[in-house]
Design a protein. Sequence first.
Length: 288
Amino acid sequence: MTTAPFTPATSRRLTRVVRGMPASDGAGVKLNRVIGTQQVPDIDPFLMLDEFRSDDAADYIAGFPDHPHRGFETVTYMLAGRMRHADNHGHSGLMEAGSVQWMTAGRGIVHSEMPEQENGLMAGFQLWINLPARLKMGAPRYQEFPAAALPVLQPAPGVSVKLIAGELDGQAGPVSGIATQPVYQDIGMDEGCAWTAPVPATHQAFIYVFEGSVEAGPAASRHAVARGQMAVLGQGDHLELAAGSEGARLLLIAGMPLREPVARYGPFVMNTPQEIQQAFTDYQNGRF
Ligand code: CO
């Protein structure tokens, strides 16, 4: 007698819940650093997650003047405000509320990201995603989408999911052709509403709650995640979510781990210290 292989569906548990750390970057922009800290250096393939949210211009007005990137991708998702982007290859654009810019730095760009407002709320996220060794020296590439290009689904009553990358219920976010096959969702949940989010079993995943709170994980080990907290998810192919008493808004982010050595120094992320040294030399000699 033969039996078909049986793979039970596994509900992802929360393996770690942490709060971001206050940080300052660029020319003095105040941030909440969620990944890329001493306590959470990375979650392969994710190298950094910053949340910026302030209605005090002093916290953001200095912006991010010219700086290089090599060997990874930066994903900027704006919730409020306007940021002007310009690089040394002649590419520029305005990032407005609800828009996403997925920048694959590859072998190198030098760019600036500067606020295009002198007051009012500026809010959003920047995520850094590693590139596999074979793509680190590839050509730079941009994918930019306004808010209207992001599909919004209602997979359960009181739950809305904005798709930036990855698939849900036969629809896909507009970002395509990324090596780590990322899932990037902005999930809104009304008070008392619940949803089970599919998450590819091959992926590393985390959630970051930026409004309200959720209860997450299987019933037997459900855990609260409050505003400003990130939860790293264990293995499995779905995540059970229930909104707290004020509802919730959160990011669900997942990607295929690269499992390659990481050599990292500031805006350069390569595989070996020699490649980091080469990045410095190339940058100093104007080869970005
Ligand atoms: Co940058």
